[in-house]
Design a protein around this ligand. Structure first.
Ligand SMILES: [Zn+2]
Length: 228
């Protein structure tokens, strides 16, 4: 059925060194974009590759990296071409935010780690427009009254994050259109409530993985829509 690549092969994200545009959404990504490469489509932006929910962890801290990777269902190595050395060099790892937090907790004795988390949170606050996030979250709550407490904020923050996909920035999302909000909720459910990330980590392509989890997504969506 699924055309899986070698499951032991790590997913790779490249920091590109030349002008590129996304083979799926067509967006011009500039000359230093973070991209993934797919055979038939060439460069894909992280939003289209469905990796934009991952956070970047620079390789500086080996213990933290090892733990974060262990806790993350889906992770990707970040590579950058070194002209001087004529080879790709590892910059760090993209992991699930919860995995990073769990790993940080395990390393919490280390005060440097705490400092780094504070910095990361400050950057994130700067990146998202607080009021817009709040309105987006309210809209999620209206449309999906039974969604678990706190998820509306997670969904809104992700959808609104500047570097994230087009969902939070499209005109429809700006006006908090039902379709845009629904798309953000579906993306969240896919990553958090289904095996989707596990399938991607095992080498499924996104289309196959989406088909695989479609009914599970629908089920959660309907249960979150339920009134009372
Ligand atoms: Zn794209």
């Amino acid at each position: 059925m699924a055309s899986q690549s070698n499951p032991t092969e790590e997913l790779k994200v490249f920091i590109s060194t030349r002008e590129s545009s996304c083979g799926e959404c067509g967006e011009n990504l500039g000359s230093k974009a973070w991209i993934t490469l797919f055979k038939e489509k060439g460069a894909l932006c992280l939003a289209c590759a469905d990796l934009d929910h991952l956070v970047f962890l620079p390789s500086a801290d080996a213990a933290l990296t090892r733990r974060a990777k262990k806790h993350s269902t889906l992770s990707a190595v970040v590579l950058k071409w070194s002209r001087a050395r004529n080879r790709y060099e590892r910059q760090g790892l993209m992991v699930e935010e919860q995995a990073l937090e769990k790993a940080e907790e395990e390393c919490l004795a280390d005060s440097e780690v705490r400092e780094r988390r504070r910095e990361r949170e400050a950057v994130r606050r700067e990146e998202s427009d607080g009021q817009y996030v709040e309105r987006f979250a309210q809209r999620v709550r209206e449309l999906f009254p039974a969604c678990p407490r706190g998820r509306e904020t997670a969904i809104a923050e992700h959808a609104c994050r500047k570097y994230s996909g087009r969902v939070g920035r499209s005109a429809s999302a700006k006006s908090l259109g039902e379709d845009a909000v629904r798309l953000a909720v579906i993306a969240h459910i896919r990553h958090r409530e289904t095996d989707y990330d596990r399938l991607l980590a095992r080498g499924y392509d996104r289309r196959e993985a989406r088909m695989e989890v479609e009914s599970a997504v629908g089920k959660v969506l309907r249960s979150w829509e339920a009134q009372g």
